[in-house]
Ligand binder design. Structure first.
Ligand SMILES: Nc1nc2c(c(=O)[nH]1)N[C@H]1C(S)=C(S)[C@@H](COP(=O)(O)OP(=O)(O)OC[C@H]3O[C@@H](n4cnc5c(=O)[nH]c(N)nc54)[C@H](O)[C@@H]3O)O[C@H]1N2
Ligand SMILES: Nc1nc2c(c(=O)[nH]1)N[C@H]1C(S)=C(S)[C@@H](COP(=O)(O)OP(=O)(O)OC[C@H]3O[C@@H](n4cnc5c(=O)[nH]c(N)nc54)[C@H](O)[C@@H]3O)O[C@H]1N2
Ligand code: SF4
Ligand SMILES: [Mo]
Length: 874
């Protein structure tokens, strides 16, 4: 079979992937040893890509009002409705909402259509929720949206400061590269700044558990400390920067004692961090959503960059501020102008650029002002001002703040079009027209990763059903709207060549984004390459001290730290983010049983003291709520969490749980500069969710869960697994089960009822194979879940063992999955420590294989070793 060299469709690390379709229809996935982002490594999500490629749940045909339609009919309807709406209400009555999961070529034509030919700035993207503050911070400091450094810098640095980044789970291959470099060079230090003690703390020498939004105070104070302790690079500052005095004036008001108060971090820890930063020339500051997703996000970015400018640590090997991107093509979207405040190819809406782009595109109707940014876009829609919207490769009903209002806005919008791979999403439900998009493995184009490296995504699978690539769908609509000449592309290669030519057009070194050297490149064979590339690729920018501001100097920005955020009495700070093995709204990772096993249910992390005060017990259910919405989640009681803070993952949607869309609770408060919403800081109260009965089930097919007070479902090998809870017991259990699990009257169930404890279990076994099992208990169910899920694919299953809810002596219970690559559970790892004397992650790997592939679970293995080492010594 032939192997295709492509790029991972998940995070912004942008790992190279080798995909080899097998004769049996599966696809073998391996890391590309020659790709400079990963050199052969992949994380758990990347390694499991082959398991997400089934056509189950795919949208395979165009649909109009829920009914299958022909492409021609659907495309004509979209084009006609957009054209008619524009004619009646003007270009600003329509909008596109795109995504960092579009390829550059898709994104380029979408942006060109809206900003160049429809003539409205109303093309925004989910990158508004993700990268907007970094973009705004870069532009304020550098005059351009430039990431100066690269991944190699992470290995060359002597100090890495991770701010608001859970790198171990969200950019796992970068984390692995740092962990490896640190093992080889133990003098290297890592500082983590995060209100939670995440698994990333595993490589940290120092963890500053800041109050939410304490970052500005910390970095403003650091600026003063650096100045006062001789860490200035005077020549660099005087020759290549402006604005230091104003920035310093504010900074001097922030002595360590005041920072300690604002951040909740002890003075000695702040002092140590400042000292390390001051004396370490090779320092990289990596930042992510704990910085960007904040009402003071742009200021946080500039507070960090200020410290790098003052020390002149930018653009040279092993140093620099480093904003890591989230989505596979977050960077590519910024390049084409996907954000509503950008025009195209890193050009702004200034008259000169509008005129230039108009000449290049051959259009006299190029939008001359920014359009509506995501939050404002959906607010305008709610007011009836957006009359037609096209949503591509994103799921705003789950991922936008005030998500219930977004849902209402879409429900009231006269014309909603979505392009998606998935048939069922919480957003797609509201669409009048649904267009089936080609997905990873089928589509063809380029993505740009966090270090400005452009890589090819290449197809290795045929287009399924009637699915079509996004660029094709968009250009078809553009042609039908009468803009044919400008959208006459035979393939993504021609689009890329035009994109490169626009970046080069009248550039002459005035704009950072420049692909001159790629205009005539062999697209098919394109190797991963870093921009800018006039004649040759650029590994780092700004070492020469030349920036893209009018005077060529970088700007210090005075930052006033916000007052510490004190929630109202009885309220928590609600923080949100990601888990290791799921991707956003789970449309793809939710299809892989082994990725779903790490966390199979939505949860809320809460500190033990807070849980005790509210009578919230371990593994019980919690309702959290505020005036915007509510959610019901499993309590994960942990001292990794700060007191007064909650953490909830963003992943669970109405497709996977009864009530877990956390963005329903997040207010649409935005950063004043970037308009990025403060997704990491809502307020919410918490209380126990009253239930009389908890349940856990495994089943061959998805049960009917509507109407059940609490439920959550996940993929398992051979079926599904799920949790339920009921406020009241049904009058007749057997009748209830027949309805929920859709069993015939004749089904011969085995049951067990312990009247003393109130526990029940029920199962249906046919020919030694398990059809379903349900365990009920007045307390959180104590069944060995992974074992039960594995029974779905076992033979010779016996009733008594199933009903007991735990394995007999002949079958080991691996416990909850820790290592997704080899499906190794925590019990197996603990046994390797206690029975086989393994005391290192490597030894556990040698015994069990756990942690020996992608390495994403190594921090968790290390904590199991810690917990069981004493026991082993006894
Ligand atoms: N497994 C997985 N990986 C992913 C993704 C995924 O869905 N799943 N998504 C990708 C995308 S699009 C993105 S944008 C990235 C995001 O990558 P990250 O930004 O690393 O991930 P998050 O979990 O959103 O948030 C990071 C951390 O910010 C912390 N934080 C919250 N508030 C503050 C604060 O005020 N200050 C500081 N210093 N920290 C704070 C949170 O506690 C959290 O641990 O991940 C990418 N990678
Ligand atoms: N509370 C809270 N909210 C958040 C965040 C947070 O940390 N906290 N993070 C924010 C961030 S950083 C991000 S990036 C967003 C992500 O949020 P979303 O973008 O809404 O989430 P996804 O699940 O990635 O949605 C992508 C959709 O595109 C589809 N898709 C995949 N590939 C293709 C393709 O090639 N073409 C087309 N047309 N469709 C495709 C998928 O099936 C899926 O429906 O969430 C944001 N929301
Ligand atoms: S780190 Fe993992 S998710 Fe990110 S690009 Fe690499 S393999 Fe994909
Ligand atoms: Mo993101």
């Amino acid at each position: 079979m032939t192997t295709t060299r492509t790029t991972c469709p998940y995070c912004g690390v942008g790992c190279g992937v080798l995909a080899t379709p097998n004769p049996d229809g599966t696809t073998a996935i391996a890391g590309d040893p020659d790709h400079p982002a990963n050199f052969g490594r992949l994380c758990s999500k990347g390694s499991a890509l082959g398991e997400t490629l089934s056509l189950t749940g795919r949208l395979l045909h165009p649909e109009i009002n829920g009914k299958r339609a022909a492409w021609d009919e659907a495309l004509n309807l979209v084009a006609d409705t957009f054209s008619r709406t524009i004619a009646e209400h003007g270009p600003d009555s329509v909008a596109f909402y795109g995504s960092g999961q579009l390829l550059t070529e898709d994104y380029y034509v979408a942006n060109k259509l809206m900003k160049g030919f429809i003539g409205s700035g109303n093309m925004d993207t989910n990158s508004r929720l993700c990268m907007a503050s970094s973009v705004a911070g870069h532009k304020r400091a550098f005059g351009s949206d430039t990431v100066p450094g690269n991944y190699e810098d992470l290995e060359l640095a002597d100090l890495i400061v991770l701010v608001g980044s859970n790198l171990g789970w969200c950019h796992p291959v970068l984390y692995q590269r740092i962990a490896r470099a640190k093992a080889e060079r133990p003098g290297m230090r890592v500082v983590l700044i995060d209100p939670r003690r995440t698994t990333t703390a595993d490589i940290a020498d120092l963890h500053l558990q800041v109050q939410s939004d304490g970052d500005s105070a910390l970095f403003v104070g650091l600026l003063a400390h650096l100045a006062q302790n001789g860490a200035i690079a005077p020549q660099f500052v005087s020759d290549h920067t402006s604005g230091l005095d104003a920035a310093m004036l504010v900074a001097e008001d922030w002595p360590i004692a005041r920072i300690a108060e604002a951040t909740g971090v002890p003075e000695h820890a702040i002092g140590l961090f400042f000292e390390w930063f001051a004396k370490t020339e090779k320092t990289v500051t990596v930042f992510s959503q704990g910085v960007n997703q904040s009402a003071s996000g742009t200021d946080k970015v500039n507070a960090i960059i200020n410290c790098h400018l003052l020390t002149g640590r930018i653009g040279r090997p092993g140093m620099g501020p480093f904003s890591v991107t989230g989505q596979p093509n977050a960077m590519g979207g910024r390049e084409v102008g996907g954000l509503a405040n950008m025009l195209a190819a890193h050009m702004d809406f200034i008259p000169e650029a509008v005129e230039r782009v108009g000449r290049f595109w051959g259009s006299d109707r190029v939008a001359c002002a920014p359009g509506l940014k995501a939050v404002d876009l959906f607010a305008a829609m709610a007011r009836g001002e957006i009359k037609a919207v096209w949503i591509m490769a994103t799921n705003p009903v789950d991922s936008m703040p005030e998500a219930d209002l977004v849902r209402t806005a879409l429900a009231s919008c006269p014309f909603v079009v979505i392009s998606d791979m998935s048939a069922e999403t919480d957003t797609g439900i509201h669409a009048h027209v649904r267009l089936p998009a080609a997905g990873w493995g089928e589509k063809n184009g380029t993505v740009t990763n966090s270090e400005r490296r452009i890589s090819r995504q290449r197809p290795f699978l045929p287009l399924p059903g009637e699915a079509r690539p996004d660029w094709w769908i968009i250009t078809q609509v553009a042609k039908r709207m009468g803009f044919g000449a400008a959208f006459d592309f035979a393939g993504p290669d021609e689009i890329f060549a035009e994109h490169a030519a626009l970046s080069s057009f009248e550039n002459n070194g005035t704009r950072d984004f420049d692909l001159t050297g790629l205009i005539d490149a062999e697209y098919e064979a394109l190797h991963p390459v870093q921009w800018p590339i006039r004649t040759k690729p650029t590994a780092r920018l700004f070492a020469d001290g030349r920036f893209f501001t009018p005077d060529g100097k970088a700007r210090f920005i005075p930052v006033l730290p916000p007052p510490p955020f004190a929630p109202a009495p009885g309220q928590f700070i609600l923080n949100t983010g990601r888990v290791r093995d799921h991707w956003h709204t789970m449309t793809r990772t939710g299809k892989a049983a082994r990725l779903s096993a790490h966390y199979a249910e939505p949860f809320v992390e809460i500190h033990p003291a807070d849980a005790a005060a509210l009578n919230i017990r371990r593994a019980s259910l919690v309702r959290i709520g505020n005036r915007h919405g509510s959610a019901v989640l499993r309590a994960l009681v942990t001292d990794r969490q700060r007191r007064g803070h909650l953490f909830v993952p963003m992943h669970w949607t109405d497709q996977f749980a009864s009530n877990a869309r956390i963005d329903a609770l997040v207010p649409a408060k935005v950063d004043p500069v970037s308009h990025q919403p403060a997704l990491k800081m809502a307020q919410a109260h918490a209380e126990p969710f009253q239930t009389t009965i908890y349940g856990f089930f495994v089943a061959r097919s998805r049960p009917i869960l509507t109407g059940i007070d609490y439920w959550a479902i996940a993929e398992a090998a051979g079926g599904v697994r799920g949790e339920i809870a009921l406020a009241r017991e049904p009058a007749e259990w057997l009748a209830w089960i027949r309805v929920v699990f859709q069993l015939p009257e004749t089904a011969n169930l085995v049951t067990l009822h312990d009247r003393h404890s109130g526990r029940r279990s029920m199962a249906l076994i046919e020919d030694g194979r398990l059809i379903f099992a349900l365990y009920l208990s007045p307390d959180p169910v104590l069944v060995s879940r992974q074992w039960a899920a594995d029974l779905l694919s076992a033979e010779g299953v016996s009733g008594p063992v199933v009903l007991a809810g735990r394995p007999g002596t002949d079958m080991p219970d691996g416990g909850p999955i820790v290592c997704a690559c080899f499906s190794v559970g925590s019990n197996t790892i603990a046994a390797a420590v206690t029975d086989q004397g393994c005391t290192s992650v490597e030894a556990v790997g040698a015994c069990t294989k756990a942690g020996s592939n992608c390495g994403s679970c190594r921090p968790e293995i290390r904590s199991i070793i810690e917990a069981f080492r004493l026991q082993a010594a006894e």
